[in-house]
Ligand binder design. Structure first.
Ligand code: G3P
Length: 245
């Protein structure tokens, strides 16, 4: 973990309220430091309020399109204009519930970078895919969709989050060994073409991270921090996770 600056990101999903912003923003601001990046992804309507408190923020998705007739979509440029620095792309809930394909995710990644947002590319296999021994195949295809569209160098200004679908919101965390194995696979895959890029790339783990398991997960050599769901909604849990990074 020493080579790269650790990052802990909180994905509030479709949870939260103005009250939660008030409750959590001081704690989040207190825990960030020169040694750790802390980023929060609240629902879009809360972005202006949370960003105004000084918390580093991002959106949970962006449209792959430029402004136009896309009712209900959110333009990446507007997210950037709010003062956000990041966006998630390809979260497994977006892929499974809203049918986002690898190609769509790659297009969102491209649009995010075009406006100056740093995309956090979420990848990960389902339980069935893992049981069938397809974890590496699935993760590689999710990353290759971006590389094929934009070239390897596009990964330089991005973050990858490995979130096994079977570990999300289930309380069934990947063991540190399981997570490290996939993180190393990702880093080695990129190192095959650029060792510098691979060594500089931040790779987060997500999936039932809590204040009890975070320290061991983050101690793995290729795990640079976490993308936290449920535990990011509680100030004490989220700050304890940040402190363990
Ligand atoms: O993006 C974070 C995520 O999907 C993990 O959620 O609740 O298992 O920490 P959770």
């Amino acid at each position: 973990m020493a080579i790269r600056k650790p990052m802990v990101a909180g994905n509030w999903k479709m949870n939260g309220s103005k009250e939660l912003v008030q409750q959590l923003s001081d704690a989040i601001n207190n825990v960030k430091s020169a040694e750790i990046d802390v980023v929060v992804f609240p629902p879009c309507p809360l972005l202006p309020m949370l960003t105004a408190t000084g918390v580093t923020t991002g959106s949970q998705t962006v449209s792959e399109n430029k402004p136009g007739a896309f009712t209900g979509e959110v333009d990446a440029q507007l997210i950037k204009d709010l003062g956000c620095q990041y966006t998630l792309v390809g979260h497994s809930e977006r892929r499974s519930i809203y049918g986002e394909s690898n190609d769509t995710v790659a297009a969102k990644f491209a649009r995010a970078q075009q406006v100056g947002l740093t995309p956090i590319l979420c990848v990960g296999e389902s339980e069935q895919q893992r049981e069938q021994g397809q974890t590496e195949l699935v993760v590689a295809a999710q990353i290759d969709a971006v590389i094929d569209k934009l070239g390897l160098a596009a990964l330089k200004d991005s973050v990858i989050a490995y979130e096994p679908v079977w570990a999300i919101g289930t309380g069934k965390t990947a063991s540190p060994e399981q997570a490290q194995h996939v993180h190393k696979f990702i880093r080695d895959k990129i190192a095959a073409n650029s060792s510098d890029l691979a060594q500089g790339l931040t790779i987060l783990y997500g999936g039932s991270v809590n204040e009890k398991n975070s320290e061991l997960l983050f101690a793995q050599p290729d795990i640079d921090g976490g993308l936290i769901g449920g535990a990011s909604l509680k100030a004490d849990l989220f700050t304890a996770i940040c402190e363990s990074a």
